[in-house]
Design a protein around this ligand. Structure first.
Ligand code: UDP
Length: 140
């Protein structure tokens, strides 16, 4: 087992639903520690840079529009196998396909407004944590 860090975002739909605390409880109950956190209104530049890997995808403009539609909460989580543990808590990208009891099954409305983001690998976690918090947060 490896102690990892991962980047989590509570997206504008979930912030607007007032479920930040419920989502944080799920992290804590799963043994994931919040080691950095901030609320931020993303600029278009922030959102476009963060999702740059998707810039050729048909949903890119809608994704950016959604991510700047209200404030988000961004956090770095730390724990045993944090990347996979967090993805398991989140559930599938499309909430209709997400397992019962996952964050997306319980709080997301659609594949576009799907409540949360989570890094998909340890390598991307390092890049994404540095994107929002700088490199000093990632190094333990
Ligand atoms: N997305 C979308 N439509 C799609 C696929 C993805 O709006 O058909 C959005 C969705 O918000 C998703 C994000 O783009 O969370 C990033 O997609 P990815 O495949 O990386 O999914 P994730 O890692 O967030 O589950």
């Amino acid at each position: 087992m490896a102690v990892e860090r991962t980047l989590s975002i509570i997206k504008p739909d979930a912030v607007a639903k007032n479920v930040i605390g419920q989502i944080y409880s799920r992290f804590e109950n799963a043994g994931l520690k919040i080691v950095a956190a901030k609320m931020k209104q993303l600029s278009r530049e922030d959102a476009e840079g963060f999702y740059a890997v998707h810039k050729e995808r048909p949903f890119f403009k809608d994704l950016v529009d959604f991510m700047v539609s209200g404030p988000v909460i961004i956090q770095a989580l730390e724990g045993e196998n944090a990347v996979i543990a967090h993805r398991d808590l989140m559930g599938a990208t499309d909430p209709k396909k997400a397992e019962k009891g996952t964050i997306r099954a319980d709080f997301a409305d659609s594949i576009d407004a799907n409540a949360v983001h989570g890094s998909d690998s340890v390598e991307n976690a390092a890049i994404e944590i540095a994107y929002f918090f700088g490199t000093e947060v990632y190094s333990r």
